[in-house]
Structure formats: C-alpha cells, structure tokens
Design a protein around this ligand. Structure first.
Ligand SMILES: [Zn+2]
Ligand SMILES: [Zn+2]
Length: 165
C-alpha cells in the first residue's frame, strides 16, 4: 500500500456475519450486463472488482462456496454468507482460485469503485444509459489493451505463480 492509497476497502453481507477487507484497490472493475449476471443479481448488471485472493481477508465469519453454472460452461464458485446467503465474491474458472471477483455492492463504500469497463453490453437493458467516457464492449475484451500497467504487472504475477498445466 502506498501513500496515494491510504485506506483499505471493507465490506460484508447484509446480516453482518461475514466481514472482509480488501487490502488494496482492485486490478480492474467490470460492470457486466450479461443475462447471467442479470439473473444472478435479480437486477440489470453485476459490478465486480477483480483482485488477488490473497488481498481479500476475512475479518469475521466464514463463507459458504456454492458451485453455480456460468456463461462459459465452466462454472463459477460463489462465496456466500452461510446465514443470509448474500454473495460477497466469486471465483471463475478463468481466473481460478487466485482471482476474486468481489461484488462491489457489498463494500461499505461502493462509490469508491466505479466501473472501468462495461462488458456484454449486447444484452444491456435498454433503459441503462452508459456514461460516454467509460469503455464499453458488446462482449469481452483483452486485459492487455485496457488494464493499467500496474494492474497488468499484478496479473502477470498471478499467472507466473500458477503451476504449469
Ligand atoms: Zn450474512
Ligand atoms: Zn455477466
């Protein structure tokens, strides 16, 4: 953590059994407008902060990991509060255990993490009007084209740590 980042990011579920802390800012924040995210949130999109799993600490409680189907067909593991069942983060097959998709809406101060990109806008609900200065793509994108240099270095460290298949 450096001087420009004085505070961590705390969050938790609705019943407050689960409390967690992100020790730094995430690598990237994705707003996903796919049908799967719409259904899983019961809303119009999901807002996920992508961060190294080791930078997310459970401060209180525990999570229950639910295997859930995903758009890719490979599934995602959604971590939920075992009492109120609110989802606090997911791990997708692509990022594996090392990358958590923290649900921004569960942070105490979600306003601090607006989207870096809107994805799967092909199924965006038509009343959702996107801001003109945030990148938006019909489906997915290449991290190498949009992530900051610092975030790409963090991503490279995750990939390097992963044992060869
Ligand atoms: Zn709870
Ligand atoms: Zn989605």
């Amino acid at each position: 953590m450096n001087a420009s980042e004085p505070r961590s990011y705390d969050g938790g579920c609705t019943c407050r059994f689960v409390r967690y802390c992100m020790s730094t800012k995430p690598m990237f924040v994705q707003c996903c407008h796919c049908r799967w995210c719409q259904r899983e949130t019961g809303s119009s999109f999901a807002l996920n902060a992508l961060i190294e799993a080791e930078r997310v600490q459970l401060l209180w409680g525990e999570v229950e990991v639910i295997n859930t189907p995903s758009n890719s067909g490979k599934g995602q593991k959604i971590s939920r509060c075992p009492k109120c069942h609110i989802a606090v983060w997911s791990n997708y097959a692509g990022g594996g255990e090392a990358v958590r998709f923290v649900r921004v809406g569960t942070l105490d101060e979600p306003d601090r993490l607006p989207p870096d990109i809107h994805i799967f806008t092909a199924s965006k609900q038509p009343w959702v009007v996107l801001p003109p200065n945030t990148p938006a793509v019909e489906e997915y994108y290449k991290a190498t084209e949009l992530w900051s240099t610092e975030s790409l270095e963090r991503r490279a460290a995750i990939l390097a740590a992963r044992s060869p298949q």
